[in-house]
Design a protein around this ligand. Structure first.
Ligand code: DSN
Length: 415
């Protein structure tokens, strides 16, 4: 095999990685599902664990040579149990979508009904959007938020009584408010449904004690590990012991092959980090930061969906400011602020050019930014949207952004 460094062997890929690193360092990363992992997590991702096949589970593998892999996966499982208070954990899902699909395959028969949130109201594609394969196999029905922007529990209950779903699914990718798991569990119990929460976005906030934890209440909880939880790109399923066998069988051999043990090691490291007191402080600051952005943008008359934020993100209807979500995203990109265009509830526009943008504070909080920086960022966001199309003005903001980010170095040891 080649033994030269990446830089020497493949300068094309090396340069692209370095340019991406520079982009991350010089910009404000405000896509709410993104974050920056620690050097230890990066090290595990690039470790020799990527070389190993290990189908099966600790102590029950189909391949030899898994004794150290077993140590790694067992640590990941034990730490996740401790972090969330879970009875059973499967750390093998390759990401959030496969985790959700593995749950559906484990618990549903074709044609069974799942009651989940409408995508434009903050749900997720894998919660049964018609473009997904899952929607061809199962019958997804959708609840929505009410006029105040909160989950409409009366409507959810009515729909549950009418459709008798096998699963009631909560957990969202653009919804910004707290979730009342006990109330939803009570509705599920009334109709005999299994409760499932997809906490991908807010797992870190839950681990840090800053949001309600569904794990002790719900039957099944899925998550990614790379958002607020600040781990590697990957997924995880937590469940009550009575579902453990079915979930494990569904992940492997039902759906996936060999687990990615380098990712699982990196998950274990992220869980260790999340168990430390500093992580609690980090997650507190994520929420403080979003509150400052919320106030500052409200002062500037931005239309905030769902009435504001209880978590790490804001969904903003930018059309009253004379721009579409796509135009706002492009203007902010040119100003060095990365957000994503996003549908708003019952959006009259198309997904590729919707009415909203979605932004969040997990990544900029990891860099150490606090309330004072949030005020500056709100000003820049407003200026960039007001000056969309004025590339000179946007380049001026980008320069100020780069000046700020220099004070919050990201990977000083990875130069
Ligand atoms: N792509 C993720 C997000 O940005 O929310 C969800 O899968």
């Amino acid at each position: 095999m080649h033994t030269s460094s990446l830089k020497d062997f493949d300068s094309d890929i090396y340069q692209s990685i370095k340019k991406e690193q520079q982009r991350q360092e010089e910009g404000l990363e405000m896509i709410p599902s993104e974050n920056f992992v620690s050097p230890a997590v990066l090290e595990a991702l690039g470790s020799v664990l990527t070389n190993k096949y290990s189908e099966g589970y600790p102590g029950k593998r189909y391949y030899g040579g898994c004794e150290f892999i077993d140590e790694v996966e067992t640590l990941a499982i034990d730490r996740a149990k401790q972090l969330f208070g879970a009875e059973h954990v499967n750390v093998q899902p390759l990401s959030g979508a496969p985790a959700n699909v593995a749950v559906y395959f484990a618990l549903l028969k074709p044609g069974d009904t799942v009651l989940g949130m409408d995508l434009s109201h903050g749900g997720h594609l894998t919660h049964g959007h018609p473009v997904t394969y899952m929607a061809k196999i199962y019958n997804f029905v959708r609840y929505k938020t009410n006029a105040e922007g909160l989950i409409d529990l009366d409507n959810l209950r009515q729909m549950a009584l009418e459709h008798k779903p096998k699963i009631i699914l909560v957990g969202y990718s653009a919804y910004s408010r707290e979730i009342e798991y006990e109330k939803i569990k009570a509705i599920a119990d009334e109709v005999g449904a299994i409760t499932m929460a997809d906490i991908a976005h807010i797992a870190g906030l839950i681990a840090g004690g800053q949001m309600n934890n569904p794990v002790p209440i719900f039957d099944i909880v899925t998550t990614t590990t790379h958002k607020t939880l600040r781990g590697p790109r990957g997924g995880m399923i937590m469940c009550k012991e009575k579902f453990a066998k079915d979930i494990d069988k569904s992940v492997f051999p039902g759906f996936q092959g060999g687990p990615h043990e380098n990712n699982i090691a990196a998950k274990a490291i992220a869980f260790k980090e999340a168990l430390e007191p500093e992580f609690k402080e980090y997650t507190k600051q994520i929420k403080k930061n979003i509150k400052v952005l919320e106030e500052e943008l409200r002062k500037r008359d931005y239309k905030l969906c769902f009435g504001g934020s209880d978590n790490h993100l804001l969904l903003i209807d930018v059309t009253p400011k004379g721009v579409s979500g796509k135009e706002a995203q492009i203007a902010l990109d040119k100003a060095g602020i990365t957000v994503n265009k996003n549908m708003i509830p019952d959006d009259p526009r198309s997904p590729m050019d919707p009415s909203g943008i979605r932004l969040g504070t997990p990544a900029i909080t990891t860099r150490g930014m606090k309330e004072e920086e949030m005020k500056m960022i709100a000003t820049w966001i407003d200026e960039a949207i007001a000056n969309h199309g004025d590339d000179a003005k946007l380049a001026g903001i980008k320069q100020q952004v780069a000046e700020l980010t220099k004070k919050f170095p990201l990977y000083p040891t990875l130069k």
